[in-house]
Design a protein around this ligand. Sequence first.
Ligand code: WT7
Length: 657
Amino acid sequence: MSVEHEIENLLHEQRRFAPSKDFVASAVAKPELYEKAKADRLEFWADQARKLHWHKPFTQTLDWSDAPFAKWFHDGELNVSYNCIDRHVEAGWGKRVALFFEGEPGDRKVYTYLDLLKEVKKAANVLIKLGIEPGDRVAIYMPMIPEAIIAMQAVARVGAVHSVVFGGFSADSLASRIQDAGAKLVITADGGYRKGKASALKPAVDEALANGNCPSVENVLVVKRCGNEVDWDKNRDLWWEEEMAVADAEHVAQGFNAEHPLFILYTSGTTGKPKGILHTTGGYLTQASYTHKNVFDLHEGQDVYWCTADIGWITGHSYVAYGPLANGATQVIYEGTPDSPDWGRWWDIVQKYSVTILYTAPTAIRSFMKLGRTVVSHYDLSSIRVLGSVGEPINPEAWMWYREVIGSNNAPIVDTWWQTETGAIMISPLPGITQAKPGSAQVPLPGIEIKILDDDGHPVDKGHGGLLAITEPWPSMLRGIWGDPERFKETYWSKFEGIYFAGDGAKFDEDGDIWLLGRVDDVMNVSGHRLSTAEIESALVSHAYVAEAAVVGAKDETTGQAVVAFVILKRSALDGLGSEADTSKILREHVAKEIGPIAKPRTIFVVAELPKTRSGKIMRRLLRDVAEDRPIGDVTTLADTSVMDTISGRMSQGASD
Ligand code: WT7
């Protein structure tokens, strides 16, 4: 079936799931939210912002005079960590559980809000002792353990800026992020548990910093998680536990300007160099907390919320480290993978902690769906009352499975569309209001203005598709790309004048609901993670064997898309090489080493030529046809039209594993 056909079928989705009467009666979000936001959008956001604690109240909501560089609440001052922790303790909720930590080996730890406050204050003092000042950058390269969240909160508390680098990224990727941000400190762990084994992290930090490669780094603070042997540079490295043990217990959180930077998070773009997406404090925390409360229907003090994302991604920032804590929520964090020791692990956790709100990715849902219902049926999931999905379009089949098997046919599903750049959820049903439709993210949240535009920038009507655009600034929007204002303007604001271009295709159905259709640029989405074709191509050509490479994202049943690479080998390499399978293995390992295991191509095809236009641009569209085993599309713009015959001939012999 062609892609167009599949989309047409989706758009005729007839199923609707209304929230139950009980759910509606006690829902956090009421229909008035839409009315209020419509009546006065800026005042609506100011109202949301006033729910935070301001050291100094703001008087101006939005300053857009220097567009696209927004300032929200910019004459106000606040402290993010005070908002996430202190104020709940001061309100008398110190005994409420903030974090239920479940380690992969089965160890457990519980932190109340008071516990968290004590830890974060000490950690803030450790940072100060190490000379970290407001505005300094701190890289965090950690497993999913409580100290990761404590570290983020402590950095925010002292007004420094964190750059969390996903623990699955390679030493090279870590180094380039440290260099780009000029980080003064790296916080890491000896290792973390993954798939039943201790997986070391500190060696990657050592490698990243070796030979004066990252001169900005003065210290490395190391949490002891696995007790594995680590190399030690006594002039640079410090144990977290030892520093915490002697740290001052008291730390008074000071207010910082609402536009003070909070974090940089690197994400892949269309070039080989990741973009350091910059977020600031006031607007970010306003929208992260507002969306967390309303989209997930959070009843604090009652709900147990679990988002399965790692802190290395934006979801782990907005919906683990910040939004839930700002709302005084009780949440579960889990260190390991869903299949350790077996595929029942997540459902065991849901049962054990009586999780009521679960937020995860379609790729995980599809993996469970493939295994069948039996795995899940051994556990009591009756505590679940809201389900969330994020990271990529969720196909109606997976949506229905999620609803029936995990949500007992009862829990509303919220399919949340957003991006690293948007900082918080932008398009989503509201669980007590929206009649849910399988597969569609449906409607912009109150306060958010979305349009779908055609190539000329004209809005399309119901029943039509185009490019997703955000037409008004929003509080948690990115404030720029670290160190590269021109790239910021060029990437997001140049396609349509004054309008944010998201890079996603989208379509309105006849009801006016939004369906997301995937990226329209050279960005892939593998298991809900963003990967750049250019970045992987440059990793491939950095190998001595490879003359040229082209990478495409091909449809994959479980991961949404999969990385497929086409490589031309150097003549000099050909003689020395073994079978194509060996070559493929070597190159896949090379990509893992250069970027990280998540970027490893699923399949590598060795080809003699690549399809190019007369101006030398690789026609990825045609390679995607090959990779997805479709008839090859229009080849008339190719410089050499016979190239595709050769490539598709090779296809049947392609090597993969
Ligand atoms: C890209 C952003 C948002 C946190 C995780 C990914 C895709 C995200 C959805 C959704 C369809 C989605 C888009 C977007 N995406 N959520 N609910 N339905 N597509 O963050 O790495 O910044 O990637 O993920 O293509 O542009 P990210």
